[in-house]
Write a protein that binds this ligand. Structure first.
Ligand code: NI
Length: 245
């Protein structure tokens, strides 16, 4: 058999070549070696990465409270796109959001498809939430998230930035905390807006589990407005946003 001695020589040679190309060669060029664009823009584990966790369709009573507990335990902030028809049943939760430095967003009065409403109805759906929160708490939501992500010129004309998302956890469909945690960890990147719903126990559980893991990975959880401000992006009325990159 001649292959054995050959393999005995070839194998260490291949191992050496891999080692040389992988570890020694890249440094031999010194200062004159061109660095790849990936190396220049790569975010190391030491750099803070910012994401916005967003919660739609609530406030959802005890589940919103659980999520607020988790956020506060980790020094994280969230953005809650609330439905007007849920305001009166969730006044303590909204108060907690405001006092805790979280952001309130507008998810219309009763979750209509804004492409199926006329101009007056679109404005009513948005401004009723705006005025109600302002009257009750003295603050007004400055961001709108159109239900289903559907919007038209009338929604643009309401005069608020339209905030969408770049990572859809599908929490409403999965109803599985493990799957939601996995989805976030596998997909979240610097500048992402993560979509969840604070009306499911599985989502509340997922938030509790994922926050420390995101923290370990160097993510800072900020509000949507903070996320864009950190990136120097001014949010404009009527414009749609999906992430801060
Ligand atoms: Ni919704």
């Amino acid at each position: 058999m001649t292959s054995r001695p050959l393999a005995a020589i070839a194998r260490p040679l291949i191992v050496f070549l891999c080692f040389y190309l992988g570890f020694i060669a890249p440094y031999n060029g010194g200062a004159s070696a061109p660095s790849s664009p990936a190396a220049v823009t790569a975010i190391t584990s030491d750099d803070p990465k910012y994401i916005a966790l967003t919660f739609d369709d609530g406030p959802g009573g005890e589940y919103t409270d659980m999520i607020l507990d988790h956020l506060e335990a980790c020094g994280a902030r969230g953005t809650f796109f609330i439905m007007g028809c849920r305001i009166n049943d969730n006044l303590p939760q909204i108060k907690r959001m405001i006092e805790g430095g979280h952001q309130l967003g507008n998810h219309t009065w009763d979750h209509v498809d804004l492409t199926k409403t006329d101009k007056d109805a679109t404005l009513r759906q948005i401004m009723s939430v705006h005025d109600s929160i302002k009257g009750l708490f003295g603050v007004s939501p400055q961001l709108v998230r159109p239900p289903y992500g559907f919007f038209d010129e009338n929604a643009r004309g309401a005069g608020f930035p339209l905030i969408h998302w770049s990572v859809d956890t599908m929490d409403w469909h999965l109803l599985d905390a493990d799957a939601v945690v996995r989805h976030i960890l596998e997909n979240a990147r610097d500048g992402d807006i993560i979509l969840m719903h604070d009306i499911y126990p599985s989502t509340a559980e997922a938030v509790g589990r994922v926050l420390p893991l995101l923290d370990q990975k160097g993510f800072r959880m900020v509000t949507v407005s903070e996320l864009f401000a950190i990136r120097g992006i001014a949010l404009e009325p009527g414009k749609a946003y999906y992430c801060a990159r």
